[in-house]
Design a protein around this ligand. Structure first.
Ligand SMILES: Cc1cc2nc3c(=O)[nH]c(=O)nc-3n(C[C@H](O)[C@H](O)[C@H](O)COP(=O)(O)OP(=O)(O)OC[C@H]3O[C@@H](n4cnc5c(N)ncnc54)[C@H](O)[C@@H]3O)c2cc1C
Ligand code: SF4
Length: 334
């Protein structure tokens, strides 16, 4: 691990200013914000991340969950994953988010991990984490070790010939189905980005994962008010029952009226290079009478564009079954 400067501001403006001045003082210097540190410190120890400056966010007043006047929720960037999962408003109105958070990592990690850190957690691709291996995401132009290598865990949706890594987060899948908005501040201004536009596909530039620019600080996330009568659910399939990343997962939100689905939001995890919203599945569900055949048709639509690698073709059928079952469970309680 290389040496780095460390600063611990106590307000958001100071944090954004520290990031901007570090950029100005040292052209091209890598600065990183540190929240829970459960991703960043691991990657620093592996020399995958080599920041010159760490800006600690733990003293910023970004640790609250607030109900918004219009009925939505405002989640501070530093709200811990455990606190968010057990917050009464999340349990009551956004159970898909609570379930997704509780399916991730371990209790100790969730106590430390934060909302913004989870949004920006890096891929678990083994070649990305090993600096002796080629990886276009870590070192652009060096090649992709996974494409002709160990690719069982990799993505089947949104891949490119340069990168096939999954976004590993569970929380991000639920936030995508919930149509969250990410709020960002830097030394100049503030802006808000819908989550579906926040993550970038790898294309020719897999090193760019989000629309964030150097020095951009996530301050909070907002959720719209839940649809009236909505039922939501997160289903995660993995190699072992806990402490394991998803092979495939589905976040679903549905409302059923007069035995017809009149609102559906679907996002998939473990299979996309970003948290994967499936508007194809949502369209296939619009207005239909809930049935296993209809759910399966929605799952077929969601996976139509899937491109498997040599070892992960099984994910296509697994994901179809995951989504079909998630819809069945969600509508049983609707
Ligand atoms: C053993 C293990 C198992 C895991 N299993 C799962 C799992 O099953 N499912 C799952 O979803 N996750 C899993 N995780 C990942 C875990 O959820 C993440 O490590 C955690 O959410 C990251 O949050 P953090 O606050 O610790 O982030 P940090 O490590 O502090 O930061 C992560 C990144 O976000 C940036 N950042 C943080 N906050 C901000 C901000 N406000 N603005 C701008 N940039 C910011 C940092 O600079 C860094 O690049 C696992 C992790 C481990 C170590
Ligand atoms: S899949 Fe992406 S992260 Fe993994 S080795 Fe290839 S380029 Fe790197």
């Amino acid at each position: 691990m290389q040496t780095f400067e460390f600063t611990r501001p106590s307000d958001v403006t100071s944090a954004a200013t520290a990031a901007a001045s570090a950029k100005t003082a040292q052209q091209g210097a890598e600065i990183r914000f540190i929240a829970g540190g459960t991703t960043l410190i691991d990657l620093m120890k592996l020399n995958v991340e080599q920041p010159h400056m760490l800006i600690d966010l733990n003293r910023l007043p970004l640790g609250d969950v607030e109900t918004l006047p219009e009925g939505g929720l405002k989640i501070g960037a530093m709200v811990r994953n455990s606190d968010l999962a057990h917050h009464p408003a999340v349990l009551r109105y956004y159970p898909v988010l609570s379930q997704a958070l509780l399916s991730g990592a371990s209790a100790q990690l969730r106590n430390k991990a934060t909302t913004s850190g989870n949004l920006l957690q890096r891929t678990r691709c083994m070649y990305f984490r090993d600096t002796t291996m080629p990886c276009n995401k870590r070192e652009p132009g060096s090649g992709c070790g996974a494409i002709n290598g160990a690719n069982r865990m990799m993505a089947i949706l949104g891949t490119s010939e340069h990168c096939i890594a999954t976004n590993p987060s569970d929380m991000n899948v639920a936030l995508t189905a919930l149509e969250a908005t990410i709020h960002i501040q830097n030394a100049q201004d503030t802006r808000s980005v819908p989550i579906n536009e926040f993550y970038l596909l790898p294309g020719h530039t897999p090193q760019r994962e989000t629309v964030l620019e150097p020095g951009d600080l996530i301050t909070h996330v907002t959720l719209p008010a839940p649809a009236a009568g909505a039922k939501s659910l997160y289903l995660k399939l993995r190699d072992r029952a806990s402490y394991e990343f998803a092979l495939a997962s589905a976040a679903v939100i549905v409302t059923v009226e007069n035995n017809r689905i009149n609102y559906a939001r679907v996002a998939l995890g473990g299979v996309g290079t970003k948290p994967w919203r499936s508007q194809e599945a949502e369209q296939a569900l619009a207005g239909v009478t809930p049935s296993e055949d209809r759910f399966r048709a929605a799952a077929e639509a969601a996976l139509q564009g899937a491109r498997p690698q040599s070892q992960n073709g099984f994910k296509i059928e697994l994901t179809k079954r995951c989504l079909t079952h998630a819809l069945k469970l969600a509508t049983q309680t609707a």
